[in-house]
Design a protein around this ligand. Structure first.
Ligand code: AAO
Length: 513
């Protein structure tokens, strides 16, 4: 028994890195999808640090194939050809400058690490790569790493086509090609060492952790083997002995043999059920209602809270890639999206990631967006357009900047204010009017019914006048939006009409007059 416990401890505890490595009271990161490094550096300094964001997930920084048919899709960045830090987002110097400047204001950088594969099998040969490195997909030659034929899983895959044909077969999922992407032989120590070298380069520059792309397509033990080779974080910004935060992209919506829990030994996993279910509830599909959210979290069959990375949408499922389906809420459904984001950021379950997108010419044909490939706002020569900032603090050049929407930004702050406080004072009307608090620090209430709401509920908060941080916020000692009066017994009256611009109200102790 003792031996078993020791083994379990070794497998489950020693290697795992579950702590997001954000500064205390910074409890959300934002995915600045396809942003340039120089824009991220500025955003850390001018917006993210002052508003309590803990970090940024950046798009893959490793050199990728240049795809011209279609013309420079966003997904070309998921096809590495080398581990040089050289992409449309910027070069190594700009990457270093970003990491340094963001760390210096307490905003940490999380790298999207594409290490399951290189480019697609039909990627051709030549120097059509973001840094001009030569490669030959046909004979598996990537001299800039270097990788060659025996570093790939071609011989190990047992599906007829060499592709993943059946997600019910765990060997295919791990040993065959995902959408034709050349699958690295991570069982080889050489390949593990090259991956670790790449990640250590990033760690030494100062990054705080990694999203492991396509983790489901790697064996958990192979992941552990390269994680085992990683350095501790740079002591210029992190306490000695800090391990990188690891969150693995494992799509587990149920119904397949590979489970998120298979990966707990390595770090956290992306909980895809979260956004899919929350979208279904807020859209009121399949008879779902917000009252059912009372036991949101593990009660809904999600992974344990301290193993979960959660999000309303991600760069894939906001455009029909990956998994989650049509229930996923995105900026295109702004009103419902803000409610879902508000719910997520108020609720204690999981570590939260906010999405920040670019607009694209969405166009549905037969239920599918035929422009799902369109890359970031760019110039004629393919370079990515800068993120410009309008006078009203929103973004220009087709950058959506959901993280700058007042409702979402203020809920990121709410999450920091209520950090560590228990889920409390749940109330619902049996339908789609619900409310809950976080100890005596914050309270949120929603009306997603088709009729007006006028209720007295227990907030758990100290008496006083609070500014609603959804319709406005506290500025110069005044509320720019609605006010809420909490009486001595913690009760407060809330009125939310069904046609309100945003049918929810949130208050917390730092927005009290
Ligand atoms: C592009 C072209 C391809 C071409 C390839 C190579 O589109 O036609 O063959 O280049 O030339 C992204 C894009 C891809 C793109 C790729 C490389 O999305 O379109 O391919 O870059 O440029 C699976 C993986 C998951 C992956 C997701 C997209 O498990 O890891 O597919 N996400 C990551 C990234 C993503 C990136 C890659 C990985 C590759 O976030 O941006 O791809 O680096 C099931 C499985 C899931 C599976 C989905 C989709 O989901 O469970 O594991 O995700 O299928 O194939 C229900 C089920 C649900 C199921 C879903 C869809 O909801 O409950 O389980 O249906 O069937």
């Amino acid at each position: 028994m003792q031996v078993l416990l020791l083994l379990l401890a070794a497998a489950g505890l020693c290697w795992g890195q579950y702590d997001p490595n954000t500064l205390p009271k910074r409890n959300a990161i934002v995915h600045l999808f396809e942003w340039r490094w120089q824009d991220i550096a500025l955003e850390c300094e001018r917006y993210l640090a002052p508003n309590g964001f803990g970090g940024v997930q950046v798009s893959p920084p490793s050199e990728n194939i240049v795809v011209t048919n279609p013309n420079r899709p966003w997904w070309e960045r998921y096809q590495p050809v080398s581990y040089k830090l050289c992409t449309r987002s910027g070069n190594e110097e700009e990457f270093r400058d970003m990491v340094t400047r963001c760390n210096n204001v307490g905003v940490h950088i999380y790298v999207d690490a594409v290490v399951n594969h290189m480019c697609g099998a039909a990627g051709g040969s030549g120097t059509h790569s973001t840094c001009g490195s030569y490669f030959n997909a046909g004979n598996r030659d990537f001299p800039a790493v270097p990788y060659s034929g025996w570093d790939f899983n071609d011989g190990k895959c047992h599906s007829g086509s060499g592709e993943i044909e059946n997600y019910g077969d765990i060997y295919q999922v791990r040993d065959c090609r995902l959408v034709s992407l050349l699958d690295l032989a991570l069982e080889k120590d050489y390949v593990r060492s090259k991956v670790a070298e790449y990640l250590n380069h990033l760690i030494d520059i100062g990054v705080a952790g990694f999203r492991l792309d396509a983790a489901k397509h790697m064996w958990p033990g192979d992941i552990r083997a390269f994680l085992d080779k990683l350095n501790n974080l740079n002591i210029q910004w992190f306490p000695e002995g800090t391990k990188p935060f690891i969150y693995q992209e494992v799509i587990d919506l149920g119904g397949e043999p590979i489970k998120g829990s298979d990966y707990f030994g390595n770090g956290r996993v992306t909980e895809f059920k979260y956004g899919a279910k929350l979208g279904t509830v807020i859209r009121k599909w399949n008879g779902e209602k917000m009252a059912y959210l009372k036991n949101w979290g593990e009660g809904w069959g999600f992974v344990p809270s301290d193993r979960a990375l959660v999000f309303v949408d991600n760069h894939d499922n906001q455009r029909g890639h990956g998994a989650g389906g049509s229930s996923i809420l995105t900026f295109w459904d702004a009103r419902l999206y803000k409610m879902a984001s508000g719910f997520m950021l108020a609720h204690p379950y999981g570590f939260t990631r906010v999405m920040s997108s670019f607009r694209w010419p969405r166009y549905f044909e037969n239920g599918r967006d035929i422009n799902d490939w369109v890359g970031p706002p760019s110039n004629e020569d393919g370079s990515i357009k800068p993120v410009t900032i309008n006078e009203d603090t929103t973004c220009g050049n087709d950058w959506v900047c959901e993280h700058r929407w007042r409702q979402i930004k203020n809920m990121v702050i709410f999450r920091n204010v209520v950090d560590g406080e228990p889920f409390s004072n749940w109330w619902d009307n049996g339908s789609n009017q619900v409310a809950f608090g976080r100890g005596n620090k914050g309270f949120i209430i929603f009306n997603n019914d088709d009729w007006n709401m006028n209720v007295y509920v227990q907030t758990g908060l100290p008496a006083g006048t609070y500014c609603d941080v959804i319709s406005g916020q506290k500025e110069d000692g005044k509320c720019t939006g609605k006010q809420v009066f909490v009486s001595g017994d913690g009760m407060a009256n809330f009125q939310i009409n069904t046609d309100a611009e945003d049918p929810f109200i949130a208050i917390h102790v730092e927005a009290k007059l």
